[in-house]
Design a protein around this ligand. Structure first.
Ligand SMILES: [Zn+2]
Length: 227
């Protein structure tokens, strides 16, 4: 017990010294600024000159701990972000969990971290957050077409329990997506007026209503009530 306690103190002293020394040399300072810790896929701690700030990548959602694809997503985040100093644009000062939402980019290596995560299928596009940002929409279409990452797993990484629920009333609409459209399909219309059909990853997600006579804008990924 004594040893553990002692080493905790030691850790704090070291940490304090590391952070404290930043102000001495401008050269070292710029080296220390950057992403020092990955918490979850897309969530990390950023060391600025004076603070450590918890941030989340904008416009992309990832599997949660315990879900299929979580480990891959956190490995990806570490590989891409740890000990780097990306260009950061704040998108939202704080989200509902009090985390700063940012867009990260590395001009030399690749574009936006979020876009890359979507393109490689480690996460999926959070459309409501980006208001359907075109570059992310396209990245996701491509990832789906190429069966990248989570899209190669049948149940969309098991993240959407809706997809695994039996749906006795519309078995056809569900299993034979959606070649022979049944006369009665329950479309999901979000509170923002987007129409999704069964099988779409946004189906029954967030706020919205189920209806057979949807009105609104068709989802660009699933086609809404168009196809
Ligand atoms: Zn859709």
């Amino acid at each position: 017990m004594y040893i553990i306690y002692n080493s905790i103190i030691f850790f704090y002293v070291c940490t304090f010294q590391i952070f404290g020394s930043e102000h001495n040399s401008s050269n070292q300072e710029s080296n220390k600024i950057g992403i020092i810790r990955v918490i979850n896929p897309g969530v990390f701690d950023f060391q600025s000159e004076d603070f450590v700030i918890r941030m989340r990548a904008w416009g992309v959602s990832f599997p949660e701990r315990g879900q299929v694809g979580y480990q891959e997503a956190i490995n990806f985040t570490e590989r891409m972000l740890l000990n780097t100093k990306p260009k950061i644009v704040v998108k939202k000062t704080f989200d509902s969990k009090n985390i700063k939402v940012v867009d990260l980019s590395f001009e030399a290596k690749f574009g936006s971290f979020s876009r890359e995560a979507i393109a490689q299928g480690f996460g999926w596009h959070n459309e409501s957050e980006t208001n359907r940002f075109g570059s992310f929409v396209i990245a996701q279409l491509k990832a789906k077409r190429e069966n990248q990452g989570i899209w190669s797993m049948n149940l969309n990484a098991g993240r959407d329990p809706v997809l695994t629920k039996p749906r006795p009333s519309f078995p056809g609409a569900y299993s034979t997506f959606p070649q022979n459209a049944l006369p009665q399909i329950n479309y999901w219309v979000t509170s923002l007026g987007k129409i999704h059909r069964p099988g779409c990853s946004f189906y029954e997600r967030g706020r919205g209503t189920l209806t057979q006579t949807p009105r609104g804008q068709n989802c660009r990924i699933c086609g809404g009530n168009k196809r």
